[in-house]
Design a protein around this ligand. Sequence first.
Ligand code: ADP
Ligand code: ASP
Ligand code: MG
Length: 429
Amino acid sequence: MTTGLVETANGPRPGGVSQVALYPVATLVQKFGGTAVGDPDRIRAVADHVARTVRQGNQVVLVVSAMGKETDSLLRLADDVSSTHPGREMDMLITAGERKAMALMCMALHDLGIPADSFTGSQAGFLTDTEHRNAKILEVRPERVRAALDAGRIPVVGGSQGVSTDNDVTFLGRGGSDTTAVALAHALDADACELYTDVTGVFTTDPRVVPTAKRMDRISFDELLEMTATGCPKPAMRSVEYARTHGVRLHVRSAFTWQEGTWVDEEEPDMEQAIVSAVTYDTSEAKMTISGVPDQPGIAARVFRELAGSGINVDMIVQNVSTEGVTDISFTVPHDDLDRAMSTAGSLATEIGAGGVTSDSAIARVSVVGAGMRTNPGVAATMFETLAECGVNIQMISTSAIRVSCVVSGDRAEDAVKALHENFGLSCN
Ligand code: ADP
Ligand code: ASP
Ligand code: MG
């Protein structure tokens, strides 16, 4: 961060003496989520906040999502019109949401005397691969954004979009605006990337489920990555990965209260780590079981190679003890992929002489995350005891160095989250 002499927003004092104060001058990328720009009043409120930040001498680049739930509405509209959804046309449709929001935001800024220019992902220099609806960023060439900044204008960039190597408009996937913001912060060497949302930061668990959940002042990239991989919707997991890889400091905060939120950065080695920092849950996956699988080398490899070949992202995997030369293999897949996964696994089961394939959509994965787990034993035991005390049966278990996850029945997920949050001492008093 650089420091400079900046005139305060109050301007010259009465008596003609200019009030000059020492302010830290920062380059900030500020991203506003759907709720934060959900209606005309919200857009004006964001413009006002940006105007204040700029008048304090900071350089600001804005990234906006589509207003409110507009992305969902556009997806529904596509369903209503047609059952064929060519990727190219879907991306052209979905990115219209962000295009609307960025143009309106510029108008609101102009009203406040702040010159601003909107940029599509393509204009902002986001070059992506050709995988429509879920394109990956290959390169960011932010020349036009930088030029606007240098000219004293506020660049307002449409989130989650780019242009492919085939010159088509691409969408970076759901939640992709967070990734746009982080990638821009890296490309512009910004001091921080601020992600504004409808809660005041990252909480010890979903505040909608546990109202006594606490906002964290800071969290490490590793912990937040585990949280987002296991159900915490904010910020989008890809953006946290990008930020960790490139060392972009994140600040997750509220667009409604403007108070200091949660800072995300590297773990400080000398800091004592919380054993458990957060509890997460995820109801987006289903469980599949292939039963009576011949217990021979190469069979699991074949099953998961076929599933991967159908583009299915398999998650937790458990193989039972073999009896009489056969075993059961269970794993989780995203709900959206369940039908495809069932048909792939069904044909394979016949080929390899397995007993059959079953699925259960009503499951949830509850997880506890904490960097201090690396050095403190007993977290898994406490988790299992807590679930046992509330009569929640564990169907599958998986762990990483800083996480323990259990698959439980979906209708018990909230009870499990509440009990774990309480037993690990995370609630506010
Ligand atoms: P946006 O619309 O800003 O992109 P989302 O609606 O996708 O944001 O995500 C924000 C929501 O995530 C919050 O309203 C909150 O209820 C939920 N949430 C779940 N778990 C957590 C958590 N651990 N910390 C903060 N928010 C959480
Ligand atoms: N508007 C898109 C979505 O709802 C992208 C984003 O906001 O991150 O997923
Ligand atoms: Mg939201």
